[in-house]
Design a protein around this ligand. Structure first.
Ligand SMILES: [Zn+2]
Length: 483
């Protein structure tokens, strides 16, 4: 296994201050696993194209369209189901069905069906990848016109729409010049008009379907259970993801991480810019939240396995006045991140012209590989260490001296060791790291815990590293008993 250096070792932040124990500690960076390299390289551009050709050929996948029409959402979701089913006998394919009332723009009760393929692992903890298969046609102008009138009312987006109320939905914008009116019923659009949704979000849908094949055929025995999800009802307010997330929370399903991909296939921006070499990841804060940690992890692992494709981390939930399914997971307390292409073409979103010619399959495949690298590493590594006590307070103290940094964590199943990270308390990203053995506490002499941020990751014997759990004071709302 080759070793890839990602961080400075122990030499930087004053070894004299830290003491001799640090100077002699071994520092091994994240290792490269040839099996993951193989898995990542097996993502097929050609299959992504074949899948999207079929998916975008249905007349519409609008949530409110007639499910019994031969070429609409009912037929499309059945095709996704059948395609996943024939992909591999290792995949457990099912409809995740929810009856939802009062979806704006729809008549009566709507049966939403997320389509999911589960690849069972040794442990029940789950890692998801998703795209939403429903599509939308707003009529003339599409998203381009709507963005021009956007007020940036991001606070109104997100998973509150998941309850199916008439909340302003995550993805659907208001018309130009229209004031924000969260509770105002707008005239219904015809849900049965043509809406190919090739990029939004056929791209994320076929990415998830292709990764189902790649992981199932990899022959790797993953520790985590992997779930490949194509989600319904996103355009009406993250309804399908919200219903799944709520159920998962109620049933205490251990969702460790969720990689949401929404509009990830275009390399040509509407302003003439071109970028086929980067992808954005959005994540809900505050800093060091589980979602931010997951985003950093995805960027770090992506750089190792897909070095010619750069992740651009965005320290915000999503774009202005836009939303995505990862926010519905965040709303139920799960770590989830949103992948977005770097250069959007708003004129080709939410209209009849969101066609397959707007998708760059070389680019989409690279984005799939970044997802695959992060998911595979996360699924092989031990779960991230728990660094809080029963009340949610960080397990960090100053020892009896009052001036040392004393870190404790709960042992992660399967961990052969741990890696401690730290940085200046104003720095955005980790600066230093130290690998320690199979211990569950560590002391840095004469380091003031008020001046540094500490985090710890779990590592298995083969070197797979988990995401980093940081020692942070819980957000005030949580401290005061919920929100
Ligand atoms: Zn979308």
């Amino acid at each position: 296994m080759a070793t890839v250096g990602q961080f400075k070792g122990t030499t930087v932040c004053g070894a004299a201050v830290l003491g001799a124990v640090l100077m002699h500690a071994p520092v091994q960076a994240q290792t490269v696993d040839p099996r993951i390299e193989k898995l990542v390289s097996s993502v097929s551009e050609a299959r992504l194209q074949t899948l999207l050709q079929k998916l975008s050929s249905f007349k519409t996948r609008n949530t409110c369209s007639d499910p019994n029409a031969p070429d609409s959402i009912g037929a499309a979701r059945q095709w996704i189901y059948d395609e996943l089913k024939r992909t591999s006998p290792k995949l457990q394919v099912s409809f995740d069905t929810h009856q939802v009332q009062s979806i704006r723009g729809c008549q009566g009760t709507i049966e939403l069906r997320n389509v999911m393929a589960v690849l069972p692992g040794k442990s029940p903890r789950r890692i998801y990848v998703s795209g939403h298969y429903d599509s939308l046609n707003l009529g003339s102008g599409g998203q381009q016109t709507s963005n021009a009138g956007a007020t940036g009312a991001q606070g109104a987006t997100g998973a509150r729409g998941a309850q199916g109320a008439q909340t302003r939905p995550g993805a659907e914008p208001q018309a130009p010049g229209e004031p924000p009116a969260p509770n105002q019923q707008r005239p219904a659009r015809d849900p049965n008009v043509v809406a190919p949704g090739a990029n939004d979000d056929g791209s994320g849908t076929v990415l998830s379907m292709e990764l189902a094949r790649v992981f199932a055929e990899s022959g790797i025995d993953f520790d985590a259970t992997l779930v490949f999800m194509t989600v319904a009802g996103e355009e009406q307010g993250l309804v399908g993801a919200g219903a799944h997330a709520k159920k998962a929370k109620d049933e205490k399903t251990p969702i460790q991480a969720w990689f949401n991909n929404d509009i990830v296939g275009g390399s040509h921006g509407g302003d003439g810019s071109i970028d086929g070499a980067t992808i954005r990841i959005y994540s809900e804060g505050p800093e060091d939240s589980p979602s931010r940690s997951l985003a950093q992890f995805a960027a770090r692992i992506g750089a190792i396995y897909v070095p010619n494709h750069r992740v651009r981390l965005m320290a915000r939930r999503d774009r202005f006045s836009r939303g995505g399914d990862h926010s519905a997971l965040n709303a139920q307390g799960f770590a989830a991140i949103g992948f977005r292409e770097s250069r959007e073409n708003y004129a080709k979103q939410h209209g009849a012209n969101d066609t397959i010619d707007g998708v760059d399959f070389t680019y989409l495949a690279q984005n799939a590989r970044v997802n695959a690298a992060g998911m595979a590493t996360l699924a092989l590594a031990p779960p991230p260490p728990v660094v809080t006590n029963e009340r949610g307070a960080p397990s960090i103290d100053r020892r009896t001296s009052g001036y040392d940094a004393h870190l404790r964590w709960q042992a992660s199943p399967g961990a052969a060791g741990y890696r401690i990270f730290w940085r200046n308390a104003w720095a955005p990203d980790w600066e230093h790291e130290l690998t320690v053995g199979a211990v569950t506490e560590y002391t840095f002499p004469k380091m003031n815990i008020d001046d540094w941020v500490f985090g710890v990751a779990a590592i298995d014997a083969a070197g797979h590293e988990s995401s980093i759990s940081a020692y942070v004071t819980p957000p005030r709302a949580a401290t005061e008993g919920g929100h």
